[in-house]
Design a protein. Structure first.
Ligand code: GLP
Length: 234
């Protein structure tokens, strides 16, 4: 795991955008896994300013709330279109995001998982981290899922993500999310971490143990992870 500590959010975002831009320029038909949340917003903004060619990029997003309509301002579909996909030349047909308004979530997840396996995993997977150490919506637990599935959100996660919704009761209790296989099948994982609220999760990420109670700690087992973090997370 390569760890880069930045002085602030702007520096982290600039470095992250450079890593993503390098991937796009060196392999114009890359498969890229995108993350949502407040952390990658600055990197996406910079990517848009770089005016890169996304015409042959294929994207797979980590997750989506369930159930939630695409048009809901808090859907990850909307987030990705407002912050990146709507601002670059990625073809609609190359975009993959689990469908939060599907009628059969189990079939939707199986289908998503099959697509991920068929494409051979992502070249670059961007990740954030939850305050409780979750990645995507893989929450701390005794057993963690390998496949894309319908997962329940922890109370901690609902509380943390309620800042985006009008009230905590509006946060969906479930999500459709990649499992560990989808994330670990990436050839390069780029983990972005910013802010004091992540300090506990960072401790578990950097110590010499792994635990399913801190899902991000498992990333220590992946051969190529770049962590770009701000100094206040430590
Ligand atoms: C959500 C997402 C995660 C993301 C996390 C942290 O729970 N499912 O993929 O990493 O939020 O978000 P933020 O960057 O806003 O702290």
């Amino acid at each position: 795991m390569k760890k880069i500590v930045c002085k602030d959010y702007e520096e982290m975002s600039a470095m992250a955008a450079d890593v993503i831009a390098f991937q796009i320029k060196s392999k114009p038909d890359s498969v890229i896994g995108f993350a949502t949340g407040s952390t990658p917003v600055g990197a996406y903004k910079r990517l848009v300013e770089m005016d890169l060619d996304f015409s042959r990029i294929t994207s797979f997003n980590l997750d989506e709330y369930y159930p939630l309509e695409r048009d809901n301002p808090q859907s990850y579909y909307r987030f990705m279109h407002d912050n990146l996909f709507g601002l670059v030349n990625i073809p609609d047909g190359n975009i993959n995001i689990p469908d939060g308004e599907c009628e059969n979530p189990i079939a939707e997840c199986e289908d998503y998982d099959k697509k991920l396996i068929k494409i051979g995993g992502t070249d670059l997977q961007i990740l954030g981290i939850g305050n409780n150490g979750h990645i995507a919506f893989i929450e701390p637990n005794d057993d963690l899922p390998l496949a894309t599935g319908v997962f329940e959100l922890d109370d901690d996660t609902i509380a943390a993500n309620s800042r985006f919704f009008e009230n905590a009761g509006d946060v969906p209790k479930k999500a459709l999310s990649m499992g560990l296989r989808g994330i670990f099948n990436s050839r390069h994982i780029l983990l972005l971490i910013s802010g004091k609220a992540k300090a506990n999760a960072v401790k578990r990420l950097l110590d010499e143990t792994v635990s399913t109670q801190a899902p991000a700690s498992l990333l220590k087992l992946h051969p190529k992870v770049t962590v770009i973090m701000t100094e206040d997370t430590q």
